[in-house]
Design a binder for this molecule. Structure first.
Ligand code: TEU
Length: 548
C-alpha cells in the first residue's frame, strides 16, 4: 500500500497501556513495558499499534479522564520514553495511533480547576457546560438527564452551579462552541503528529458539539428527539465542522495523519464520519453485538463493505476492545434472541457462574471468528490478549474493581475490568511476567495456559494461529473486495478474495467437505478431507501460484 493509504487494510493492535507490561515494577503497565515487547508486536505481524490513553490522569475512567493532553502520566513514563517507542515501532515498520479524548477532560485538567476557582459567572466556566440548578434553592440538577455510567449527568460545585458530565463525575463535558477548546485540540493533534504519531483514535466522536436549548429539554424529550443531525447532543451534523478543521491538520503532514472515529451512530450515518473530508474511517461495532451465526456475520460483512464503499473509506472490524466482554466468553455462553452481550452480562453479574460458560467451545468459535475477520477486506482492530485466546476474567472481587461503568439492569454493578486484567507473558514468572511489582487487577490461575511463552511453544495455540494468519495476510493481501460462494448450507459461509484466496467458516457443529486443494491455515485441528464444525479455514483452489 502507498504510504498515504497504509490504514486501509491495516491490522491495528490495541494496547491498554496500564495492563500490557510493567517495566518499573509498580504494578501498572508503562511505556517502557511496551518498548520491551516491540519485537513481540513485530513478530505477531500487525501493521500498527493503537495506544489507549497514557496521559496524566487520576484514572477515574482508566485514563479516559485526561488531565493534560500533551504529556505522559509520570507513572507510565516520560515524553522521551514515548519518542523511543515511536522510533522502536517505526524501525520495525509498525505505525502508531494514539487516543484523543475530546468530549470531556478530567476534573483535574487546569481548565476545570480554573473554572472552579473562577466561580459563578467566570469566563473560565464557558469552556465547560455549567448551568443553574432547579428547585427553590437551585439544589436540584438542571435536568433529569442520566450519565452513561449511571446517575445524574449533572454535578453540583461549591457555589451551587452544576456542570454536565455524560460519563463519570470526574469527566466534565467540554463546550465545543468555545474557540479556545477548538484551538487547543488542534495544538494537541499537531503536538503528537510532530512527534511522529501516524494516526488518532477519536473517543466518543459523535458527541462533541452540543446545542442543548433553552429551556433545557427533559430526559424524555431528549430521548424522543430524532438523531438526524439536529439532536441537541448526539451525532450532530456540525461536529463535522470540527473534523474539517482537524482534517486540514492531518493533511498538512506527509504522509497525512489518519483518524478513526469511535462513533456509536446509526449505520446510515457512519459514512459521515468515514468520509475523507471528515475523520476518514469509523469503527464498525456490529460484530460486538452479533452472535456466532452465519446469517448475522454475512449481513454484517455485506452491510459494512457497502457502507465503506459509500463513504470512500475502508471497512473496519472489531471483535473485542477494552469496553466489552472478550469474544471467547461471549461465544461460550448460551445464545439469546437479543444480543450476544446479554448472557455475558448475566454471567459477569453472577461472578462467572450463571449461565454456564463452555470455555472450549467459546475459544473454538472465537478462533473461527477471528480467522474469518482477518481475511476480510478493510482494517481489523485487535485487542491485546485476543491473540492468546483470553477469556473475560470474572473472578474479580468487588472491592478491587476499578471501572466506573456499570450495567444498570437489576442494579448490580459490573465494570469493564474483566477485559483489562494485565497480560500473561510467562507461565512461571511473578504476575505471569507482567512485571515484578504484581498486577493492578488479579490474574486468574488459568492464565498460565495462555501465557505468551507457553503459546509460542505450541503450534496449535491461538497465538500460533494469529501469527500464521497475519503472515499469510501480508502475502495474500489484495483488492478490497470479496465474492460470496454459495454453500447450500445456512450454517456455512464461503468467500473468495480477488486472487484465489478462499475462506470458509462452519458456524454450526456439522462438518463440511473441504472444497480446496491446499490448506493455508485452520482455526481447529484439520484432518484433511472435512472442515470440522465451528471452524474457519483459509485455502487455495488448485495449485498455489509460484509467486506464493
Ligand atoms: O467509550 C464510549 C462509550 O460510549 C462507552 O460508554 C461504551 O458505550 C461502553 O463502554 C460500552 O460498554 C469511550 C471509551 O472507549 C471508554 O473506555 C470510555 O469510558 C468512554 O469513551 C468515556 O471516555
Amino acid at each position: 500500500a502507498s504510504a498515504g493509504s497504509w490504514w486501509r487494510q491495516a491490522v491495528v493492535y490495541q494496547i491498554y497501556p496500564r495492563s500490557f507490561a510493567d517495566a518499573n515494577a509498580d504494578g501498572l503497565g508503562d511505556l517502557r513495558g511496551i518498548l520491551s515487547h516491540v519485537d513481540y508486536l513485530a513478530e505477531l505481524g500487525i501493521d500498527a499499534v493503537w495506544l489507549s490513553p497514557f496521559y496524566p490522569s487520576a484514572l477515574a475512567d482508566g485514563g479516559y479522564d485526561v488531565a493534560d493532553y500533551r504529556d505522559v502520566d509520570p507513572r507510565l513514563g516520560t515524553l522521551d520514553d514515548f519518542d523511543d517507542l515511536v522510533t522502536a515501532l517505526h524501525t520495525r515498520g509498525l505505525r502508531i495511533v494514539v487516543d484523543i479524548v475530546p468530549n470531556h477532560t478530567s476534573d483535574l485538567h487546569p481548565w476545570f480547576r480554573e473554572a472552579l476557582a473562577g466561580g459563578r459567572g467566570s469566563g473560565a466556566r464557558d469552556r465547560y457546560i455549567f448551568r443553574e440548578g432547579t428547585g427553590p434553592d437551585g439544589s436540584e440538577p438542571p435536568t433529569d438527564w442520566q450519565s452513561f455510567f449511571g446517575g445524574s449527568a449533572w454535578e453540583r460545585v461549591e457555589d451551587g452551579q452544576w456542570y454536565l458530565h455524560n460519563f463519570a463525575v470526574e469527566q466534565p463535558d467540554l463546550n465545543w462552541s468555545h474557540p479556545q477548546v477548538r484551538a487547543d485540540f488542534l495544538a494537541t493533534l499537531r503536538f503528537w503528529s510532530d512527534r511522529g504519531v501516524d494516526g488518532f483514535r477519536i473517543d466518543v466522536a459523535h458527541m462533541l458539539t452540543k446545542d442543548l436549548g433553552d429551556p433545557l429539554p427533559t430526559w424524555a424529550e431528549l430521548q424522543a428527539r430524532p438523531i438526524d443531525g439536529s439532536h441537541p447532543m448526539i451525532d450532530r451534523d456540525d461536529v463535522h465542522d470540527v473534523y474539517a478543521e482537524w482534517r486540514s491538520v492531518f493533511d498538512s503532514y506527509d504522509p497525512p495523519r489518519t483518524a478513526v472515529a469511535e462513533a456509536w451512530v446509526h449505520p446510515s450515518r457512519v459514512p459521515l464520519y468515514a468520509r475523507p473530508e471528515s475523520l476518514g474511517q469509523s469503527f464498525n461495532f456490529d460484530l460486538l453485538l452479533a452472535e456466532f451465526d452465519a446469517g448475522q456475520f454475512r449481513t454484517v460483512v455485506t452491510d459494512n463493505l457497502e457502507l465503506a464503499t459509500r463513504s470512500g473509506s475502508s471497512s473496519t472490524w472489531v471483535l473485542s476492545n477494552h469496553d466489552v466482554v472478550r469474544h471467547p466468553t461471549r461465544y461460550g455462553l448460551p445464545a439469546r434472541t437479543s444480543t450476544a452481550q446479554t448472557p455475558a452480562l448475566e454471567w459477569l453479574r453472577s461472578g462467572g457462574i450463571e449461565p454456564a460458560l463452555d470455555r472450549d467451545r467459546g475459544l473454538r468459535r472465537a478462533r473461527a471468528a477471528s480467522l474469518l475477520v482477518l481475511a476480510l477486506p478493510g482494517s481489523t482492530y485487535l485487542y491485546q490478549g485476543e491473540e492468546l485466546g483470553l477469556h473475560e476474567v470474572a473472578e474479580i472481587p468487588d472491592e478491587v474493581r476499578q471501572d466506573p461503568a456499570y450495567v444498570r439492569t437489576k442494579g448490580a454493578q459490573i465494570g469493564r475490568d474483566g477485559c483489562r486484567v494485565p497480560l500473561p507473558w510467562s507461565a512461571h514468572a511473578p504476575a505471569f511476567g507482567f512485571g515484578a511489582g504484581g498486577a493492578h487487577l488479579p490474574q486468574p490461575d488459568w492464565y498460565a495456559a495462555c501465557a505468551v511463552d507457553v503459546e509460542s511453544a505450541d503450534p496449535g495455540s491461538t497465538l500460533s494461529m494469529y501469527r500464521r494468519a497475519l503472515a499469510l495476510r501480508h502475502q495474500l493481501q489484495t483488492k478490497e473486495q470479496l465474492t460470496w460462494i454459495e454453500t447450500g448450507r445456512p450454517d456455512v459461509l464461503h468467500f473468495e478474495r480477488a486472487n484465489g484466496w478462499h475462506v470458509l467458516t462452519t458456524f454450526g457443529t456439522d462438518p463440511y467437505p473441504f472444497p480446496g486443494s491446499a490448506l493455508l491455515v485452520s482455526s481447529s485441528p484439520f484432518a484433511g478431507d472435512v472442515v470440522p464444525g465451528e471452524t474457519t479455514v483459509w485455502f487455495r483452489r488448485g495449485a498455489l501460484p509460484s509467486s506464493q
